[in-house]
Design a protein around this ligand. Structure first.
Ligand SMILES: Nc1ncnc2c1ncn2[C@@H]1O[C@H](COP(=O)(O)OP(=O)(O)OP(=O)(O)O)[C@@H](O)[C@H]1O
Ligand SMILES: [Mg+2]
Length: 453
C-alpha cells in the first residue's frame, strides 16, 4: 500500500492535502514538501483522573537562579523546574554563548547536560574555558537523536538540559530531515512532555531569521513555557535578551549585554554605556529618554541634513525606525517650515540600542532641526514625546521613569508634551504643544532662558 502523504509548508507549518508550488497560508514559494503521515494503532479511551484546582500547590513552581542576575530578571526570577525555555535568535548572535554561560554557573549547584547538536564537545570545551571555570556538574551528549536525549532527561542525572539547537535534534522514526517543521514540532513536543514529567528544565536553542520565517521556533512557541528572544545588531557588540512569552512571570523586563571575549557581560548602566563617547555641544545631536520593556535609558540621537539634487532625497535611519523618520521629515517640512523635502536626511542612534519607539520622535525632531539650523541643542536638555501627523506632541508611557533616568545622567531640563503631568525633583519641564514650538528651543536667547529657568 502506498504511504499516505501530507503537504507541509516548511516556512509556516501550514498543512494541505496536496502539494502546491506556493503556500496558500504564508505565500512562500517552493516551501511546501510532502511528508508521510504515520498513524499509530487506535488507543482505547480510558478515563484519566482529575483534581480540583485548589488542591494544587502553587509553590511547586520552584526556581533555579541562573547566577546571571540579568538573565534571572528576564526569566522572572530564574529557571522554573519542569519548564521549557526557548532561546531564539538569529545565527551568530550569541545564543550558544549565553546558554553555556548559564550552564557553567548552574553547574556548580546541580547537574547540567549539554546536548551538542551544532558543535563538537571539544569546541564547546574551548569556548567554556574563555567563559569561566568549568564545574564538574556539566556533562555533554554528542548525539542529538531524540531517543537518547529523552533517555537523558528521564535519567534524572541533570536538573537542566540545554539542547543546542532544536533544529539538529531528530526522531529517527520520522522520515523528514532534521530541522524540518515536522521534526522540530515533534521533537519539541516530546521534549516538553519529558521535561514536565521528570521535573527537568529544558532550554531549547532555536535559530530564526530577522523575519522569523525559518522553520522551527515559530511552531514551537505554543509548546514551550517561556520564549526569550536574543537580538541586537550583529556588527556591534550590544545584545538584548527579552521575554516574548512567559507562563511564570512578566514579559516587560529586558536584559542588556555586551559581547566581550569573556562572554556576554551585563550592561547595568545602559545610559552611561551609550553616552560614553558623546561629544557635547555639536549641532545635530539631541538626547532622548527612552524605555525598553521596563528599563529606561538615555540615548543620543544624531542627525545630518544635507541639500540634495535629486527629486526623491534619501531618508536613512540607523538604530531608529525608517518609516517613522520619513513621516517625521514630512511633518517638519509641512508643519514647522523646516524645509527637508529637498534635503537628504540621516538619523542615527549610536551605541547599538534601538531608538525605534514613538517616544523618540521629539528628540529626532530636535536633532533634525538642530542639524538643519546648524545650532547645537542646549546642554542638559533631554526630550521625549510622540509627534502626530498634524505636528502635535503626544504623551507617552513611563514618563516618570524617563525623567528619573535623565536626571541620573545629569540632565537638568526636559522637552516634554504639553499635556504631561509629572514632577521629578531636579529636572525642569519645558512643555511643547506643537512641533513648530520646538524651534524656539534652538533660539540662542530662548536657549539661555531654558537653561536658567
Ligand atoms: N574567541 C572569541 N572571542 C570573542 N568573541 C568570540 C569568540 N568566538 C566567538 N565570539 C563571538 O561569539 C559570537 C558567536 O556566538 P555564538 O556561537 O554563541 O552564537 P550563536 O547564536 O550560537 O551562533 P550559531 O547560530 O552559529 O549557533 C561571534 O559572533 C563572536 O562575536
Ligand atoms: Mg550556536
Amino acid at each position: 500500500m502506498p504511504t499516505r502523504t501530507i503537504a507541509v509548508c516548511q516556512s509556516c507549518g501550514a498543512q494541505s492535502p496536496r502539494w502546491v508550488g506556493r503556500c496558500t497560508t504564508c505565500g512562500e514559494w517552493g516551501s511546501v514538501v510532502e511528508e508521510p503521515v504515520e498513524r499509530g494503532a487506535p488507543v482505547a479511551s480510558v478515563a484519566a483522573p482529575t483534581a480540583t484546582l485548589a488542591e494544587h500547590d502553587p509553590s511547586d513552581a520552584d526556581r533555579v537562579p541562573t547566577g546571571l542576575p540579568e538573565v534571572d530578571l528576564v526569566l522572572g526570577g530564574g529557571l522554573v523546574r519542569g519548564s521549557v525555555v526557548l532561546l531564539a535568535g538569529e545565527p551568530g548572535i550569541g545564543k550558544s554563548t549565553i546558554a553555556l554561560q548559564v550552564a557553567l554557573r548552574v553547574g556548580h549547584d546541580c547537574g547540567v547536560l549539554l546536548v551538542c547538536g551544532e558543535e563538537a564537545p571539544q569546541q564547546i570545551r574551548a569556548r567554556a574555558e574563555r567563559l569561566g571555570p568549568i564545574p564538574s556538574g556539566v556533562r555533554t551528549l554528542a548525539d542529538p537523536s531524540l531517543p537518547g536525549v529523552l533517555a537523558a532527561v528521564a535519567s534524572g542525572e541533570a536538573a537542566i538540559v540545554v539542547v543546542d539547537s532544536i533544529q539538529t535534534v531528530f526522531d529517527p522514526e520520522l522520515p523528514s530531515a532534521p530541522g524540518s517543521v515536522t521534526q522540530v514540532r515533534e521533537c519539541g513536543a516530546r521534549l516538553a512532555r519529558a521535561a514536565r514529567e521528570n521535573g527537568v528544565t529544558v532550554i531549547l536553542v532555536g535559530h530564526v531569521t530577522k523575519e522569523g520565517t525559518v522553520a522551527g521556533p515559530r511552531v514551537l512557541e505554543h509548546l514551550v513555557d517561556v520564549v526569550v528572544s536574543f537580538d541586537g545588531d550583529r556588527s556591534g557588540t550590544v545584545r538584548m535578551l527579552r521575554p516574548l512569552k512567559n507562563r511564570f512571570g512578566p514579559t516587560d523586563e529586558v536584559g542588556f549585554f555586551e559581547m566581550a571575549t569573556e562572554g556576554l557581560v551585563p550592561i547595568r548602566d545602559a545610559s552611561a554605556f551609550l553616552l560614553a563617547d558623546r561629544c557635547p555641544g555639536l549641532p545635530g545631536s539631541a538626547l532622548a529618554a527612552l524605555v525598553e520593556g521596563r528599563r529606561p535609558f538615555v540615548s543620543e540621537i544624531q542627525a545630518l541634513v544635507q541639500p540634495s539634487g535629486v527629486s526623491v532625497p534619501r531618508r536613512n535611519a540607523l538604530g531608529t525606525d525608517a518609516a517613522r523618520l520619513s513621516v517625521l521629515a514630512a511633518v517638519l517640512d509641512r508643519r514647522a517650515g523646516v524645509k527637508l523635502a529637498d534635503h537628504e536626511v540621516f538619523v542615527s542612534a549610536p551605541g547599538g540600542l534601538q531608538a525605534s519607539e514613538p517616544a523618540a520622535d521629539l528628540a529626532i525632531a530636535l536633532a533634525l532641526m538642530s542639524a538643519y539650523r546648524d545650532v547645537p541643542v542646549p546642554e542638559g536638555l533631554v526630550a521625549f514625546g510622540e509627534v502626530g501627523l498634524a505636528g502635535e506632541i503626544r504623551r507617552v508611557v513611563a514618563s516618570d521613569r524617563r525623567l528619573a533616568e535623565a536626571q541620573t545622567v545629569g540632565c537638568t531640563h526636559a522637552l516634554v508634551p504639553a499635556g504631561l503631568e509629572a514632577d521629578v525633583d531636579g529636572i525642569e519641564l519645558v512643555r511643547v504643544r506643537h512641533v513648530a514650538e520646538v524651534l524656539d528651543v534652538l533660539e540662542p536667547s530662548t536657549a539661555v532662558r531654558v537653561l536658567r529657568s
